[in-house]
Design a protein around this ligand. Structure first.
Ligand SMILES: Nc1nc2c(ncn2[C@@H]2O[C@H](COP(=O)(O)OP(=O)(O)OP(=O)(O)O)[C@@H](O)[C@H]2O)c(=O)[nH]1
Ligand SMILES: [Mg+2]
Length: 349
C-alpha cells in the first residue's frame, strides 16, 4: 500500500518539476478565461443583432446605425482572444498542468470507518428515515444531524431515530455544512467523514460507490448529473441539470488537468478526516447556497485531490429550500458561483 499523502494542502497547482515561465503559465486559467471571453463576445454579437432588428423596425439611422455596427464588429475581439487562450491552454500548457501528481494508483489508505453528518433545515418529514438509512450502513459509526435553526420537529425526529443532534443558530447552507464538517471531524475513530443532506434525495447505499474511489482522493464528490441514475421526478429541472453541468465544466476549465467535473451543487461527498482538518480553515461559512462550489474551488486551488463519483438522485421529501426552488433562483445561484470562480469568493461572503 503506497504511503498516505502528507503534503496535500500545500498549493499543488504548480508541479514541483516546473519552474520559470512554465511554472507561471500553469497558474493561469487560460481555458477558463477563454470561455468567458467567448461568452462575452457572443453575447455582444447577439445583442448587436437584436438591436439591428429594433433599428430596422423603427427606421433608426445614424448615429444608431454606426453604434450598432461597432458593437457587432468589435464583438469579434473578445471572441478571437478567447479562442486564442483556449488553443494555448489545450495545445501548449495542458501537458505541463497534467505533470503533477496523478491519482491512478491509490494515494491514501482505504476507508476504515465512517462518521456521517447530515444537513437539515425544517426537514422533519424526511430526517427520520434518512438517519435510519445511514445508521444501518455497516461502515457507519454514528450519524450526526445539524439542524440549522429549524422551527419544526427536525431535531426531535433525528434524535429519536438514533442521531447525535446539534443546532446551528447561524442561518444558511454554508454555516450548516461548515458545522457538519466541524462536528464530523471530531471523531478520530473514523478515517473519513461523509457529508449529506437529510432531505431524502440521497441514499446510504451509495456509500459503496464513494468507498470504491476513496483511496484515490482526499475528497470524493458525488455527481447527480448522470441521466441514468436519477429518478424522473427530482427537483432538478432540465435548466438546473445542464446549468450545474455547465458550471461544473467551468470549474474543470479553471483547474484544467486536475480533474473531470460535472456537478457543483451536490452536498453528498466523502472526505478524508486528515484532509478535512486542513481544508476547514480555508473555507468561508458565510457563503450561502454557493458554498459547495466554493468548497470544491478552494480545495482544488490548494492541491487537494478530488474525484467525482456518480450517485443516485431521488425526489426530495418535504418542501425545497435550497438553490432548486425555482429556475430563477437557480440562475442567481449559478451566476454567483461564476462570480466566485472568476473574481474570488470574498465577494459572496
Ligand atoms: N436553503 C437552505 N438550506 C439549508 C439551510 N440550512 C441547512 N440547509 C439544508 O441544506 C439543503 C439545501 O441544500 P441546497 O443544495 O442548497 O438545496 P437543494 O438540495 O438544491 O434544495 P432542497 O430541495 O432544499 O434540498 C437542504 O436539504 C437543507 O436541509 C439554509 O439556511 N437554507
Ligand atoms: Mg437537497
Amino acid at each position: 500500500m503506497p504511503a498516505p499523502s502528507t503534503d496535500l494542502a500545500s498549493p499543488a497547482s504548480v508541479p514541483a518539476s516546473l519552474s520559470g515561465v512554465r511554472a507561471w503559465l500553469v497558474r493561469l486559467a487560460l481555458l477558463y478565461w477563454g470561455v468567458m471571453l467567448i461568452i462575452a463576445g457572443l453575447s455582444a454579437y447577439f445583442l448587436g443583432i437584436a438591436l439591428s432588428v429594433v433599428r430596422l423596425v423603427f427606421g433608426l439611422d445614424d448615429p444608431w446605425r454606426a453604434w450598432n455596427e461597432l458593437l457587432v464588429w468589435y464583438s469579434g475581439v473578445p471572441t478571437t482572444i478567447g479562442l486564442g487562450l483556449i488553443v494555448i491552454d489545450l495545445l501548449i500548457v495542458l501537458p505541463f498542468k497534467r505533470a503533477g501528481r496523478r491519482q491512478a494508483d491509490p494515494i491514501g489508505p482505504p476507508v476504515s470507518r465512517l462518521t456521517v453528518v447530515l444537513t437539515a433545515y425544517n426537514d422533519e418529514q424526511s430526517i427520520g428515515s434518512a438517519v435510519r438509512d445511514f445508521v444501518s450502513h455497516p461502515l457507519v459509526q454514528r450519524v450526526i444531524v445539524v439542524s440549522n435553526a429549524s422551527t419544526d420537529r427536525t431535531a426531535e425526529r433525528a434524535a429519536e431515530s438514533g442521531a447525535i443532534v446539534h443546532n446551528e443558530p447561524r442561518q444558511g447552507y454554508g454555516w450548516c455544512v461548515f458545522r457538519c464538517l466541524t462536528e464530523g471531524m471530531t471523531f478520530d475513530d473514523s478515517s473519513h467523514v461523509v457529508l449529506c443532506e437529510g432531505d431524502g434525495t440521497f441514499r446510504a447505499a451509495d456509500i459503496e460507490k464513494f468507498v470504491a474511489y476513496a483511496s484515490h482522493a482526499d475528497i470524493v464528490n458525488g455527481t447527480r448529473i448522470v441521466e441514468q441514475l436519477r429518478q424522473f421526478d427530482t427537483q432538478l429541472t432540465t435548466f438546473m441539470y445542464y446549468g450545474n453541468f455547465f458550471v461544473g465544466k467551468l470549474l474543470e476549465a479553471k483547474h484544467l488537468g486536475k480533474g473531470t467535473f460535472t456537478d457543483v451543487g451536490t452536498t453528498y461527498k466523502i472526505v478524508r478526516r486528515d484532509a478535512l482538518q486542513r481544508l476547514l480553515p480555508l473555507l468561508s461559512p458565510s457563503i450561502n447556497l454557493e458554498f459547495n462550489a466554493h468548497l470544491l474551488d478552494v480545495a482544488l486551488d490548494h492541491g487537494f485531490l478530488m474525484v467525482e463519483c456518480p450517485i443516485t438522485f431521488h425526489p426530495r421529501v418535504g418542501v425545497s429550500k435550497g438553490g432548486n426552488v425555482s429556475n430563477r433562483r437557480a440562475l442567481r445561484v449559478g451566476m454567483r458561483m461564476m462570480l466566485g470562480l472568476s473574481f474570488g469568493w470574498k465577494w459572496l461572503r
